[in-house]
Unconditional design. Structure first.
Length: 394
């Protein structure tokens, strides 16, 4: 992989990671000699173009890696510690907006916050630069943390100074910073709990994430909005560590299957689908009971290793789709009336599930993974009632 900046339109997430893996690795201690931020350690710089656009037939927005393909959540972005990501954000909307990351380093100009004058005016293109750093030991002996982690990004400027309307409008996505050598998954699921929604959906319209028995799948969980949540996954556990994995036989890290997911928080982990429990339709949901009852639940479908449906799984999904949880009179009335509930028309292009670009198999994915693996969105639905978001008023 050559180290020149690739043509922006042709950059794939596969090349982003593959290129990063081939990048120059600088000893982490090199940065300790000066007081300069470790982010100055040379890594590679990658450039991508993202498009913020209105989702047709709705009053929602999404980020995408191609024009005309916004999704909710937006594309999952990845980088390796020490590398820099330059994001050329094209604002194809008539609203002021931005992109603001968590977990990485940036100058005020790339903050994405209006008070730093860091945003895209309607129709404007602006470049945001996210830097990451490796862990290093400072001269005072402190270990300075690297950037690796499960993070996220979101708008910080639409309709106000804090991104409130942008988040409600769908402008958010996941960001992973890995250490070189981290295990890579086969599939990735981004799960965003925002108010009473999962990826801007309410059960039974919430995502069904699929894997085959034995596949290594990665969950990226993000909280937004105004409500505290807890993320629970049935029949699978993970370590409460950076990667969700134990680091050897002596690692006594807490092993969990439920974790707080408050606004602005994020975490991630990998599991082997169905490991120790077998295939089946397993539930994921918010464990705040009021929330799960009102639709914050979905299905993790673990198929047989050959991809076929395991006994009982379709019936379980039918039950979930048919009445799910809480009786679901809620879906026609109560949830719609809830000020936090925002059921969406079916035309919202789902983000969230994608095959990892480094996973073996298929042809080179030049679209960033998110859009390529999903069926094209159905034709736009009639304009939705303005019962979700209301950003025009902010
Ligand atoms: Cu909740």
């Amino acid at each position: 992989m050559d180290k020149r900046a690739p043509a922006r339109s042709g950059l794939s997430r596969r090349s982003m990671l593959a290129g990063a893996a081939a990048g120059v690795i600088v000893p982490a201690v090199a940065a300790a000699a000066s007081s300069a931020p470790a982010s100055a350690a040379p890594g590679i710089t990658r450039q991508i173009t993202m498009y913020a656009e209105k989702i047709p037939g709705t009053d929602l927005y999404g980020y995408g890696l191609e024009p005309g393909k916004p999704t909710i959540p937006g594309p999952l972005l990845e980088m390796y510690e020490g590398d820099t990501l330059e994001i050329e954000l094209v604002n194809n909307t008539d609203q002021r907006l931005s992109i603001h990351p968590h977990g990485v380093n940036y100058d005020t100009a790339s903050d994405g916050a209006p008070f730093n004058n860091s945003f895209n005016n309607p129709g404007e293109t602006r470049t945001y630069i996210w830097r990451s750093r490796t862990q290093y030991q400072a001269s005072n002996g402190f270990w300075m943390p690297g950037s690796a982690g499960y993070w996220h990004y979101h708008d910080h400027a639409l309709g106000g100074d804090h991104g409130t309307a942008g988040l409600l409008g769908g402008l958010y996505g996941g960001l992973i910073v890995r250490k070189r050598g981290d295990l890579l998954p086969s599939k990735q699921y981004t799960v965003v709990f925002l108010d009473m929604m999962v990826n801007h959906k309410i059960a039974p319209e919430t995502p069904i994430f699929e894997a085959n028995l034995g596949e290594r799948v990665e969950w990226i969980c993000i909280g937004h909005g105004n409500l505290p949540h807890t993320f629970h996954l049935h029949a699978h556990r993970w370590a409460d560590t950076r990667t969700g994995m134990l680091n050897g036989d002596n690692d006594r890290s807490h092993v969990i299957d439920n974790k707080n997911l408050d606004p602005g928080a994020s975490f991630g982990f990998q599991v082997i689908a169905g490991e120790g429990v077998g295939p089946g339709a397993w539930m994921y949901h918010c464990h705040v009971q009021l929330h799960s009852d009102q639709g914050m639940a979905g299905v993790f479908l673990v198929r047989n290793a050959d991809g076929s449906m395991p006994p009982g799984a379709q019936e379980a999904i039918d039950r979930f789709k048919g009445h799910g949880h809480g009786g679901h009179s809620a879906h026609s009335g109560a949830v719609a009336a809830d000020p936090n509930g925002r059921p969406l028309p079916p035309s919202i292009p789902p983000g969230g599930a994608q095959k990892h670009p480094n996973a073996g198999g298929g042809p080179l994915d030049t679209t960033g993974g998110a859009a390529a693996k999903q069926a094209p969105p159905p034709p736009p639905a009639p304009p939705a009632p303005h019962d979700h978001g209301g950003h025009a008023g902010h």
